[in-house]
Write a protein that binds this ligand. Sequence first.
Ligand SMILES: Nc1ncnc2c1ncn2[C@@H]1O[C@H](COP(=O)(O)OP(=O)(O)O)[C@@H](O)[C@H]1O
Ligand SMILES: [Mg+2]
Length: 244
Amino acid sequence: MLEVIHLSKIYQDRKKTVEAVRDISFQIGKGEIVGLLGVNGAGKTTTLRIIVTLLKPTTGSVFVNGYEVTKEPENVRKQIGFLTASTGLYARLTGRETLMYFGKLHSIPQHELNKRIDEAIQLFHLSEFIDRKCDKLSTGQKQRINLARTTIHQPDLLILDEPTAGLDVLGAKAIVQFIRNVKSRGQSVLFSTHRMEEAESLCDRVIIIHQGKILADSTIKQLRAESGIDELQDLFLHIIDERE
Ligand SMILES: Nc1ncnc2c1ncn2[C@@H]1O[C@H](COP(=O)(O)OP(=O)(O)O)[C@@H](O)[C@H]1O
Ligand SMILES: [Mg+2]
């Protein structure tokens, strides 16, 4: 499903060089939910933006369903739904128009698109506000439209960059529920977070990234067993300074 091979990214401008991602490799299989866990500046967003073809790697390669991100970006994008906490909606479009617009971008035929929009209305409980302009919606309602938008082309892989950042408890819960549903449909998810407890409640596996390097790729159960540390925060801190 997803294969990241010796990936590095160096940001360079006249004044300084930042090695944001340093030779990382990992894989995600079908139906797996994986958390990319790290503090601010660890390299999470950089990694995810390379996978979704928004950023070019410095070295290394990434394959999504066999398509390489720099060689076949269009095909890669068809496999992926990408959402970040700051993903915006067009204020003047209604929810339905938004879904239509993105469905057409993905070349979904009209009759099929109508069907999928009806399904999304059910799944994300959009019926009350689907025909209202997006700038008139609450944060939680916008978020549900955004989730529907991210999945309208039925991607095999969802990439979510800190999807719960800035949301209240209800909003965060909706995201968590959404990720669980995705798993039951056999889609894979890679999501970044700096919250260990979020990773614990959702993930089959966590990848801990720190200063651009992967320090652990394992289940939380396994990490606990190896370290003898039960408390999540302590476990995380132990992993990031033990290997610094
Ligand atoms: N466009 C950029 N130009 C220069 N440095 C950047 C850029 N984007 C991110 N960085 C740096 O790369 C490192 C990793 O950033 P990022 O991938 O955003 O981390 P995270 O998402 O884990 O917080 C940080 O040191 C950050 O300052
Ligand atoms: Mg980030």
